[in-house]
Design a protein around this ligand. Sequence first.
Ligand SMILES: CC(C)(COP(=O)(O)OP(=O)(O)OC[C@H]1O[C@@H](n2cnc3c(N)ncnc32)[C@H](O)[C@@H]1OP(=O)(O)O)[C@@H](O)C(=O)NCCC(=O)NCCS
Length: 195
Amino acid sequence: MIRPARIEDAPRIGEIHVAGWRTGYRGIIPDSFLAGLSSEKRAAGWKYAIEKDPESVLVAEEAGVIQGWAAIAKSREGIAGAGELLALYVDPLSWRKGYGAKLISAAEATLWLRGYEGCVLWVLERNFSARAFYRRSGYTDDGGVKSESIEGVDLVELRMYKRRANKPAQHNAGSRPVSSGSPESASPSLLGPRG
Ligand SMILES: CC(C)(COP(=O)(O)OP(=O)(O)OC[C@H]1O[C@@H](n2cnc3c(N)ncnc32)[C@H](O)[C@@H]1OP(=O)(O)O)[C@@H](O)C(=O)NCCC(=O)NCCS
């Protein structure tokens, strides 16, 4: 079942967030940084998001256990007509069981209901499994690129975009990189709410 998150889901959301980073980003983000992540801090951030906009965080629940979650918002870069998938994490013990696909469909449905014409997301260039998942879900690289550094390791992120079916194309931001080499102040950060 996919449902909007409740405040009391925040600890489990934080736990999955950190487990997702530690498993999904191993070999990409330094181990020392991953070891220092706090599920409590992540939970606090998402609790705040749920309080502000209850339908902006969706969870996949099975037999009373949350298996994954997704968060949406309007595009943080102000791309006209675009919503954004801020985060999508499935418990690593439950990967490849279809939860990610169900969550991204529900997240898109919520964005379409809110009137957005498309959805953007940022993904680490070296996160090949997530990029494959997003391609399979109908997203394509739109040319947006940014980079930042974590503990001296340079990380490149790519923006992907999916247009709502039956909507005319109005997304022109892909013709040039958002930034290259150093993040723009308006660009969302890997360390920000997206996670
Ligand atoms: C990316 C992620 C959300 C996918 O969730 P999931 O529940 O495992 O994905 P699904 O089972 O719904 O997969 C749907 C399809 O996506 C593709 N896919 C998913 N994982 C893949 C992988 N590791 N490699 C290649 N294709 C993959 C497959 O086509 C899959 O269908 P199939 O299993 O029938 O072949 C999950 O792996 C995750 O949480 N990763 C760590 C965090 C992360 O990278 N999040 C994205 C941040 S931008």
